[in-house]
Design a protein around this ligand. Structure first.
Ligand code: FRU
Length: 494
C-alpha cells in the first residue's frame, strides 16, 4: 500500500513539473519559459482565434477564443483584453460564457452607433457581439444543425455583457459548418453586412437592425484554396496610393495552408452590397509562414485614423495543443496594418507592423555583415541591402534558425531549433516565393517563441513560432548589407 502511495506521489509531482514550468527558474506570470514579452498572450490556459475586435472610446478591444479550465481547447468562452495603444494590454474578466444554446465560438463586435438594434440608446449606443453558438450536445448526437448565430450586447464599454433574449438571430439551415460571422456597417448601402463561413464558401447576409438577416449571395465554392474547411472571413475596402478602391476578403482555411495546416487566404475584387466578384482566380495568402491563423480586422477605427488593423492567432491547428508551454497556450501576432499596392497591375495585400510598435524600442546597436552577438532575444531587426542573397543565422551552441532570402524565395528554416517533441510537421523549412519586386529591406521581430519577417513594406510576411531549447545568442549575416540595426524590444508585462 505504502509503495503504491509513493508511486502515486512521484507520478503527481512528475506531472505537475511537466505541466508547469520550472518554478524556481522564473516564478512570476509572464516570466515563464517561452512567454512572449511583447505579443499579447492569454494570461493562463488556452486561447485560439482573436474575436470581436472593435475600437471604442479610446480603447482597442481584443476578445479571443478561450478555455479557462485547461491548456488545451475545450468549451469556448470569449476572453477579453483592452489596449489604448495596440501595444500594451490590460486583461479584463471573461466577457462571454457558454450557455444553454452552446459554446461561444468566433465572431465579431460592432458599435451600433445609431442604436439600430434598440439594445442601447442613441445617447449610449450598444457594443454588439455577433458570434456562433456551437451546441456540443447537438454535434455529439449526430445532428448537423448545431451552429447558429447569436448576439450579446454591452452598454458599459464592453465591461459587462447581456445575451440577446431571442437568440439565435440566424438559424442553421442544415449545414454542419456554419460559423464565424464578421459584421460591418457599410454607409454606402446603409446596412449591416454579415459574411459567414459556410463549409466550402461564404454567405453574405444583410440587415438593418442586426437582428433580422436576409441572405444576399454566396461566394467561393469554385474558387480559392479548398484544402480544408473555410473559417473566420472578413470583408473590407482599401485604397491604393493612386486612389484605386478594392474590396478584400480574408478567409482562413484549415487544413490546406501553404506550409501545412492552417493559413489565411485573401481575395481581391468588388462588392456591390450584395455580392462579391473577384478580380481573378489567383490564390493568395496573407502570410506565408505557418503561424498566422483566423486573423480579422478591427471595426469602428475612427476615420481620422483610417487604418485597417489586423491581428492573427499565432499558431496552427496542426500542433497548437502540443507546443511546450503549459501555464498559457497561444499568443497573437503583433498587430499589423493592412494596405493594398499595385504590382504590375495586380493588387496585392501588404501587412506592416503598426507604427505603435516603435514605442517599445529600447537600446539600439548597429549590425554588420558577418558575426554579431545577439544580445536580446526580444528584438527588432532592420536590414537594407542592394541585392538579395542573404542568410541570417540565429544560433546558440547547438541550435540554428536560418532566414534566407534570394531573388525568388524567402525562407525560415526552423528544423534545426527546439526539441523534437512537438513534431506534427513543426520542424520544417518554410519557403515562400518572392514577387517581381526585388527584396531590399527586411524587418524582423523576434520574441521568446516567435519570429515575424516582413519583406520590403510587408509585400511578403512569414510568421513562425520557434521554441529554442536555449536562448539564441548569435546572429551571423551572410551577404553584404548597406545598413543594419537591432533594437531591444521592451517587455509589455514588466
Ligand atoms: C478557427 C475556429 C473557428 C471556430 C473556433 C472554435 O480556428 O475553428 O472556425 O469558431 O475556431 O474555437
Amino acid at each position: 500500500m505504502k509503495t503504491i502511495f509513493h508511486l502515486l506521489l512521484v507520478l503527481i509531482v512528475f506531472s505537475a513539473c511537466r505541466e508547469t514550468n520550472s518554478i524556481e527558474e522564473k516564478p512570476e506570470l509572464y516570466g515563464e519559459r517561452y512567454r512572449p514579452q511583447y505579443h499579447y498572450s492569454v494570461p493562463t490556459q488556452w486561447m485560439n482565434d482573436p474575436n470581436g475586435m472593435v475600437y471604442y472610446d479610446g480603447e482597442y478591444h481584443l476578445f479571443y477564443q478561450h478555455y479557462p479550465d485547461s491548456n488545451v481547447w475545450g468549451p469556448m468562452h470569449w476572453g477579453h483584453a483592452v489596449s489604448t495603444d495596440l501595444v500594451s494590454w490590460k486583461n479584463l474578466p471573461i466577457a462571454l460564457y457558454p450557455d444553454s444554446l452552446g459554446m461561444i465560438f468566433s465572431g465579431s463586435c460592432v458599435m451600433d452607433l445609431n442604436n439600430t438594434s434598440g439594445l442601447g440608446t442613441e445617447d449610449n449606443p450598444p457594443m454588439v457581439a455577433i458570434f456562433t453558438h456551437h451546441l456540443m450536445e447537438g454535434e455529439k448526437s449526430g445532428a448537423i444543425d448545431f451552429q447558429y448565430q447569436s448576439l450579446a450586447y454591452s452598454t458599459d464599454r464592453g465591461r459587462t455583457w447581456t445575451k440577446y433574449a431571442d437568440n439565435p438571430v440566424l438559424d442553421n439551415p442544415g449545414i454542419k459548418d456554419f460559423r464565424d460571422p464578421k459584421v460591418s456597417w457599410f454607409e454606402e448601402w446603409e446596412k449591416w453586412i454579415m459574411v459567414l463561413a459556410v463549409k466550402d464558401h461564404v454567405n453574405f447576409y444583410s440587415s438593418n437592425n442586426l437582428i433580422n438577416w436576409q441572405l444576399e449571395s454566396e461566394f467561393g465554392k469554385e474558387i480559392g484554396a479548398h484544402g480544408g474547411v473555410w473559417e473566420c472571413p472578413d470583408l473590407f475596402k482599401l485604397k491604393t496610393a493612386d486612389g484605386t478602391e478594392k474590396w478584400i476578403m480574408l478567409l482562413s482555411i484549415n487544413p490546406g495552408g501553404p506550409q501545412g495546416g492552417s493559413a489565411t487566404q485573401y481575395f481581391v475584387g468588388d462588392f456591390d452590397g450584395k455580392a462579391f466578384t473577384p478580380d481573378d482566380e489567383n490564390i493568395r495568402w496573407i502570410d506565408l509562414g505557418a503561424d498566422n491563423y483566423a486573423g480579422v480586422t478591427w471595426s469602428n477605427i475612427p476615420e481620422e485614423d483610417g487604418r485597417r488593423l489586423f491581428i492573427g492567432w499565432m499558431s496552427n491547428w496542426d500542433y497548437a495543443r502540443n507546443v511546450p508551454t503549459y501555464v498559457w497556450r497561444s499568443a497573437m501576432t503583433i498587430p499589423r496594418e493592412l494596405q493594398i499596392i499595385k504590382v504590375n497591375d495586380e493588387i496585392i495585400l501588404t501587412s506592416i507592423p503598426v507604427s505603435e510598435m516603435e514605442s517599445l524600442r529600447g537600446e539600439r546597436r548597429s549590425l554588420q555583415s558577418g558575426n554579431n552577438s545577439l544580445e536580446w532575444m526580444t528584438s527588432e531587426i532592420e536590414l537594407e541591402f542592394e541585392s538579395p542573397n542573404h542568410q541570417l543565422v540565429f544560433s546558440n551552441e547547438s541550435e540554428k534558425l536560418v532566414v534566407a532570402i534570394n531573388d525568388s524565395t524567402l525562407s525560415i528554416d526552423r528544423s534545426g531549433i527546439g526539441d523534437r517533441s512537438i513534431e506534427r510537421g513543426f520542424h520544417a523549412n518554410h519557403i515562400a516565393p518572392i514577387r517581381e519586386i526585388s527584396p531590399q529591406q527586411l524587418r524582423i521581430f523576434l520574441d521568446e517563441s516567435s519570429i515575424e519577417v516582413f519583406v520590403n513594406d510587408g509585400e511578403l510576411v512569414i510568421t513562425d513560432l520557434i521554441f529554442p531549447i536555449d536562448t539564441l545568442t548569435s546572429l551571423e549575416i551572410r551577404g553584404d548589407i548597406n545598413d543594419g540595426e537591432i533594437y531591444q524590444v521592451r517587455s509589455i508585462w514588466k
